[in-house]
Design a protein around this ligand. Sequence first.
Ligand code: UDP
Ligand code: MG
Length: 324
Amino acid sequence: MKMQPISLPRQRVAPHLSIVVPAFNEAANIAAAVAQIHHTALRIAPSHEIIVVDDGSHDHTAQIARDLCASLPLRVIRLSRNFGKEQAIMAGLHAAQGAIVATMDADLQEPVETLGTMIAHLEDGFEVAFAVRAHRRDEGHIKRLLTRAFYRLISWGSDVQIPADARDFRMMDRKVVDALCALPERNRFMKGLYGWVGFRSIAVPVELNARHAGKSKFGLRGLLKLARIGITSFTDWPLRMWTGIGFAIALSALLYGGWLAVRTLALGTDLPGWTTLAVGTFFMGGIQLVSIGVLGEYLGRVFNEVKARPGFIIAEDYRAAAPE
Ligand code: UDP
Ligand code: MG
């Protein structure tokens, strides 16, 4: 009997290296960034794909990236609105097919050649290679101080080590990406999650360049929001500390009450003393409001997770046709 030749659908072969690039209003940078990444990737990996995640840009970032698809191994995922960098990275990690996946900003602040160092570390058996800033001399004193305070707060009493100064510029083995994608939480603090999933990791110090064009998207407000999400998703000491504070206040109130009783017995009553009362009332009122606020912060996070909305929505997933 003659066998019929079977024709299999043409399949894309998974690339060796995927590079995920979140981009928000990076029209002035994206072409240069993609070109540099492509050239470096050609040198260090047998095959690669670049995934640009357009995080709801108001400029032509997506259009420019899409036009590059004809000539480069590029895929453009456009999110339906701005979901924030963390979600844009997640959208890219979900889409990435490489055995090794890197994430990198679109503004060329990070030296692209470091990808070569990172891939060498992965070949040496590390599962994660992440960039750390060699220094923060380019940042103001206040920002440096706040950053230090934040990392101290977040690692206080937590068993996950979150390296200070780690960047979102990193390279990960497929196992690590699968672990990150399997986590169900939606409000993500990626730097914490990278630490939480673990794996053998190595830090690669990098000197940051100045932004290729445009300015940073993270103002003080954005950073504070990220800090809030980070702290409430990785620590619970703000919840637990109220027990201690409550006990301390109750104990001092008891001691003070005792002393007042003794004094009254010895010296009789005196009317003045409303200052003590007023101060005590205001102080307690303040403390109670703060602690309710902390409860609200955590409750808000629980509420967000319970709603189970997806972390991002893909409006368009564009890539050039597979080469014949
Ligand atoms: N980014 C994003 N969504 C946002 C904000 C930023 O995808 O809502 C991207 C941005 O396009 C860039 C990267 O995240 O590729 C880092 O942003 P930026 O350079 O503004 O931050 P910084 O370097 O100051 O930390
Ligand atoms: Mg930047």
